[in-house]
Write a protein that binds this ligand. Structure first.
Ligand SMILES: [Zn+2]
Length: 415
């Protein structure tokens, strides 16, 4: 950790929860309506307290109760789980059979550490503006393919506070997915598979058959990502280790042997020269069977270096807990803010507000008419947290409109 790492003290956290955390927006997002429903009252909250104390199966009647308990416990963070068949706080008193997860946003987690094999700028917990572009590319691909292939529309992207991004899907049909269905869906979306020992991590087709249409539709965009990141900023094939990895992914044969010799003799050739010129010209000269085999290999390599890398375990089970939006990352002090996918390319994690800066901003502005004694329900409006809460509130309006429309069609509807 560098010397200027902020220390997020319990006092800072408490002030943040009291004055800035948008409890009302979070409540409405989980509840889809103004009046509390089971979507909120039967929802699990889990608190992480300093010293790694973990409190599960909390539930609350409304936003004020949640705020009261958060301020009381002052957790380092809290997580959101599923809607259960009974109130989670009553878990100990209901029969086990009467306590099961029923509904849950479909969630996805993309973490930069999964990109270590395809990035050269950073590794582990570190990120920078260069490798963040992989996350931005993942947002583009997933946002589009989830909307196009599954028809979901209520997507909320949330920066995880350090090195990744979460996606919460709140469409009714997504909330109702069973674990089996979630597993199938994630399997369908998983393109990169296998551990360190497996070099080739893309197996999405038989032989040299064309890619499935769902993946084919992203290839043009991923090709640009490959050019800009893999060949460009990341220079993945610049060093021996990198080009050896590339050669292992190409079909063995005369082309690959010739490339190995050429790069042994001219190791300084850039990644773009190696890919576009050295491989590209040989590929163009290949005849039918070899050409098709090479085409499939090249597409698979582009996928392996650019396709979104999902942490599948997070998405498969309804009872998986995921950090609530607007929590504070304890190491960076940054708030886990919602992100607009249409401006993800200009999103800079380094510019996300830190909790101490937000509190400083509050101290700079004059008190509101209610004075300092009033309840701080929307002090965030006076800070640079506002645009991020606005993203959530706009999303909430669309969820509420969905419920309104459904109630018009089925007046007795109840989740
Ligand atoms: Zn980096």
């Amino acid at each position: 950790m560098s010397g200027n790492t902020p220390s997020v003290t319990p006092e800072v956290m408490l002030a943040f929860y009291r004055r800035l955390y948008p409890f009302k927006s979070i409540f409405s997002w989980l509840n889809h309506e103004h009046t509390p429903t089971r979507l909120f009252t039967h929802r699990e909250f889990a608190f992480t307290l300093p010293g790694d104390v973990y409190l599960r199966y909390n539930s609350f009647n409304n936003a004020d109760e949640l705020k009261k308990q958060v301020c009381n416990l002052n957790p380092t963070r809290f997580e959101i789980g599923p809607v259960y068949s009974a109130r989670p706080k009553d878990k100990k008193t209901v029969r086990p059979a009467a306590f099961s997860p029923q509904l849950r946003e479909l969630v996805f987690d993309i973490d930069m550490t999964d990109y270590d094999p395809v990035r050269t700028c950073c590794s582990g917990a570190d990120i920078c503006r260069l490798c963040w572009k992989f996350i931005a590319a993942a947002v583009h691909v997933l946002d589009k393919s989830i909307r196009d292939q599954f028809g979901y529309q209520r997507l909320l992207w949330v920066y995880s506070g350090r090195r990744g991004i979460h996606l919460w899907i709140s469409d009714k049909e997504a909330m109702e997915l069973t674990d089996e269905q979630r597993k199938a869906l994630v399997g369908w979306m998983t393109v990169i598979q296998g551990g360190k020992e497996m070099h080739k991590k893309v197996n999405v087709r038989q032989g040299t058959k064309p890619l499935p249409p769902s993946i084919q539709s992203s290839m043009r965009f991923l090709g640009e990502v490959f050019t800009n990141l893999t060949l460009g900023t990341q220079k993945c094939f610049q060093k021996r280790e990198g080009w050896e990895e590339l050669l292992r992914l190409l079909p063995s044969g005369a082309t690959t042997s010739a490339l190995r010799t050429q790069w042994d003799e001219g190791p300084q050739r850039t990644s773009a020269e190696k890919w576009n010129t050295d491989l590209g010209e040989r590929y163009a000269a290949l005849g039918p069977p070899e050409h098709d085999i090479m085409k499939a290999a090249i597409e698979d390599i582009i996928l392996q270096y650019t396709y979104p890398r999902l942490d599948a375990e997070v998405s498969k089970h309804r009872n998986h807990l995921l950090k609530a939006p607007f929590c504070v990352h304890p190491k960076t002090g940054r708030v886990c803010v919602p992100v607009d996918p249409s401006s993800i390319d200009s999103f800079d994690p380094e510019k996300v507000p830190k909790v101490m800066d937000l509190l400083d901003e509050l101290d700079m502005v004059p008190p509101t008419a209610a004075g300092e004694t009033g309840e701080h329900h929307s002090d965030w409006e006076r800070t640079s947290l506002k645009p991020y809460v606005d993203i959530l509130d706009k999303h909430v309006l669309s969820l509420m409109e969905d419920v309104r429309q459904r109630k018009k069609q089925e007046p007795n509807m109840n989740w």
